[in-house]
Design a protein around this ligand. Structure first.
Ligand SMILES: C[S@@+](CC[C@H](N)C(=O)[O-])C[C@H]1O[C@@H](n2cnc3c(N)ncnc32)[C@H](O)[C@@H]1O
Length: 215
């Protein structure tokens, strides 16, 4: 993330994120999030949905590892970039599909894996609501994976945003409010990750990882 983008009053989430993506050639590393790669490698590939997929690295990785993956993001520029990268990687459009839109309405469908990596925002985001809706889209026997910042990431404006709270693993599980008759929580923990800051410094960051399986 970059430093502050100035006054955000009156900016809709779509305007904010569209401006964020279109102001830079690329925001993210283009590499899969390691937690997703580690967790998905232990699952049988099927249909996957990535919430707030950004420039599509996780969707592309999933598609390259046997999944039929759909990514959704509020920024049209991010989605166009993701689709262009998938095409350049030689992926069929039905293997890696991208939808531009607001996840306030999570698309209908049944998915074997619903994943959300760093689904945070400095502007309005009904994150809890969206994650609960997304859990309803998980097929029987499927999984819900959430990877989130454990603490405000350094050199980022994610931390001073609208209604932001960085949840502990237990708080994240509680917020999902999953029916214990239907769901088993397989992972609820913090994991350390090596990251490179914009100034080149190497730091260790902690992520919250929650993996739940639907019966
Ligand atoms: C911090 S980024 C994470 C991007 C990507 N998942 C990753 O791990 O690099 C959060 C993403 O959520 C998207 N987003 C924010 N609010 C959204 C909403 N209401 N509906 C869909 N996407 C949204 C943003 O456009 C942004 O790409």
């Amino acid at each position: 993330m970059h430093a502050h983008d100035g006054d955000r009053s009156g900016q809709t989430p779509a305007d904010f994120w569209e401006h964020r993506y279109s102001s830079s050639e690329r925001i993210w590393s283009g590499k899969v999030n390691q937690v997703l790669a580690d967790v998905a490698a232990s699952l049988l590939p099927g249909r996957a949905l990535d919430l707030g997929c950004g420039e599509g690295a996780d969707v592309i990785w999933l598609a390259q590892h046997g999944w039929t993956a759909t990514g959704m993001d509020i920024s049209r520029t991010a989605i166009d970039r993701a689709a262009a990268t998938a095409q350049a990687e030689g992926l069929e459009p039905e293997r890696a599909r991208f939808i531009a839109g607001d996840l306030t309405e999570v698309p209908e469908g049944a998915y074997d894996l619903v994943t959300a990596s760093f689904f945070h925002s400095p502007v309005e985001l009904a994150r809890a609501d969206i994650l609960r809706q997304a859990a309803e889209r998980v097929a029987h026997g499927g999984h819900l994976l959430i990877t989130a910042h454990a603490d405000p990431p350094p050199a980022s404006d994610i931390s001073d945003g609208h209604d932001q709270r960085f949840l502990s693993p237990d708080e994240q599980v509680a917020q999902l409010d999953l029916d214990p008759e239907l769901w088993s929580v397989l992972i609820a923990e913090k994991r350390a990750r090596q990251a490179t800051m914009p100034d080149g410094r190497q730091v260790v960051l902690e992520d919250v990882v929650v993996l739940a399986r639907r019966a």
